[in-house]
Design a protein around this ligand. Structure first.
Ligand SMILES: *Cc1c(COP(=O)(O)O)cnc(C)c1O
Length: 252
């Protein structure tokens, strides 16, 4: 639960500003309007105090910005970490997303804190979340995770099955299908990474064009990390998930 680089809130604040600039520059060079890409802080292994420092710095920076900027989202990979840190951030009311695998016995805990589960990769998981959300009398935002690279180590539904899963999720009561999420290919060739991101965009566009019930809200593309966010933004990312660029390299 440590980071190697200086853990002072100051360092995080400066890196957050730099990351915001990076996203803005990528929006510009992709010919996209400013503010069309939201920044999600990937906070695995980052202590709650440091996440808090980032959120406080973000709020201050947004207040002094000339134009309206959406607050950062916070994404946790592990339910255990989500549940451990969320209470310490609750007064700042960040929008929390789960960006790692969800086992069905952890759905309850997740829904206590997360507004969105980005990692739905089966009908079974979708129905389980839908069931629990129904019991809690609320609706839950979800995204379908797609394995665009086909790498065996990556989670997510195969691209050719993504549209069917999306339609099933969209038809599940108490779930709102927000869009699609992927972890890009682990390749030094940016063209390969970028082709995967283009593939996710094509899946989303096809699902939107299908006009299947409940799919009209499926506009989000959660893709791109510290190493490749420019490629993702060029291919239409609406959420980039950044850890290292803001918090430094992870060791644990
Ligand atoms: C860790 C992680 C990120 C952020 O990766 P960085 O390279 O540190 O920016 C994004 N998405 C997921 C799912 C992650 O696990």
């Amino acid at each position: 639960m440590t980071v190697t680089t200086p853990t002072a809130g100051d360092g995080v604040a400066a890196r957050l500003v730099a990351t915001r600039h990076r996203v803005a520059a990528a929006e510009r060079s992709a010919g996209r309007a400013a503010g069309t890409v939201r920044l999600l802080l990937a906070t695995k292994t980052v202590p709650a105090e440091l996440v808090r420092a980032a959120l406080v710095a973000d709020a201050a920076a947004r207040q002094s910005a000339a134009t309206a900027v959406a607050p950062v989202l916070v994404g946790e990979n592990r339910v255990q970490e989500l549940v451990a840190k969320a209470p310490a951030l609750a007064d700042l009311a960040p929008e929390l997303h789960l960006i790692g695998p969800l086992q069905s016995n952890k759905v309850n805990h997740t829904l206590c804190w997360a507004a969105c589960v980005q990692t739905v990769d089966s009908v079974e998981l979708a129905s389980r979340i839908g069931e629990r959300a129904g019991v809690m009398d609320r609706s839950v935002d979800v995204m379908v995770q797609v394995n665009v690279s086909g790498e065996a180590t990556k989670r997510g539904v195969a691209p050719e099955l993504a549209a069917d899963l999306a339609a099933a999720v969209a038809a599940t009561p108490a779930l709102t299908l927000r869009g699609f999420m992927t972890v890009g290919a682990n390749s030094p060739d940016l063209a390969v990474v970028r082709a995967g991101y283009a593939g996710l965009r094509e899946i989303r566009d096809a699902v939107l064009a299908s006009a299947a019930p409940g799919t009209a809200t499926a506009t989000e593309l959660s893709m791109g990390m510290t190493g490749d966010l420019e490629a993702a933004i060029a291919e239409g990312a609406t959420i980039v998930r950044v850890g290292t660029a803001v918090f430094g390299a992870r060791v644990g």
